[in-house]
Design a protein around this ligand. Structure first.
Ligand code: IPE
Ligand code: IPE
Ligand code: MG
Length: 243
């Protein structure tokens, strides 16, 4: 079976999970953190080397203040509680998204997570926090423009590869598979550049319900896909036939 090197997950449906149980939305977010813990362990077991999770989007600031503050609180808790364990398991944590504008204690926790785990290599966990794909692309374009002004870049020589090196995901392989839970079938500004050729799997379960079995099911769907990248697959060597 072809296992994707990099899986990216839109962890959606915490609020609806809570609502269906008569609970406040924050209870859904708490249950979502639990699902994230299990998913990180499952990724290693399933042989996935890179896992990106969408934890807070640049558009999520538009939620009620109390919910934003609950989400910030849960990130703090997750890093404080889980960082040591992630480090022990050899997980390398990276964070993508806009760091500026975050409260200083959150920004320093994110820095701490990255610094502590920088030398690990068992699993790459990328947390998309205060992340928006359009924001990321615009920030990259700004940095490229500044480099051009300094004379370090010739605009005519710009390539997609050079451009990608200015994104938050520089050095990270593109996701092979993007999973979204909760039944919504949209990307919500998640990795628009990087997912240009990703396979997409939409699952009906809410994020707090997501288990290793759902993960394995998504990987099986991925393995049955034929990726062509705009080319053609010669007869007889199509994925699943040759492998
Ligand atoms: C995903 O769950 C978590 C975040 C966006 C932070 P939601 O909070 O979007 O849950 P629903 O979509 O309202 O059910
Ligand atoms: C995407 O989910 C963001 C995260 C999972 C962090 P949303 O719930 O914010 O997306 P929309 O609003 O349904 O598109
Ligand atoms: Mg949602």
């Amino acid at each position: 079976m072809t296992t994707p090197q990099h899986v990216a997950i839109i962890m959606d449906g915490n609020g609806r999970w809570a609502k269906a149980r008569g609970l406040p939305r924050v209870a859904g977010h708490r249950a979502g953190v639990e699902a994230l813990r299990k998913t990180v362990r499952a990724a290693s077991d399933l042989g996935v080397g890179w896992l990106t999770v969408y934890a807070f989007s640049s558009e999520n600031w538009s939620r009620p203040k109390s919910e934003v503050s609950d989400l910030m609180g849960l990130l703090r808790l997750f890093i404080r509680r889980d960082l040591a364990e992630l480090h022990r398991s050899g997980v390398k944590v990276s964070v993508i998204g806009e760091r500026e504008g975050l409260s200083p204690d959150i920004a320093s926790l994110l820095d701490e997570a990255e610094t502590l785990t920088a030398g690990n290599s068992a699993l790459n966990l990328i947390i998309a926090f205060n992340y928006g794909g359009r924001d990321e692309i615009v920030r990259a374009a700004g940095r490229i423009a500044e480099a051009a002004v300094r004379g370090e870049i010739v605009p005519a020589a710009l390539t997609p590869e050079i451009f990608a090196g200015y994104l938050d995901t520089a050095g990270i392989p593109d996701p092979d598979l993007v999973i979204r839970t909760s039944g919504e079938q949209r990307m919500s500004n998640f990795l628009p550049w990087q997912s240009a050729y990703s396979e997409l799997v939409f699952l009906p379960c809410y994020w707090p319900e997501f288990t290793g079995e759902h993960f394995a099911d998504a990987l099986a769907q991925y393995a049955a896909r034929e990726r062509r990248f705009g080319g053609i697959v010669p007869q007889g060597v199509a994925q699943g036939v040759a492998s």
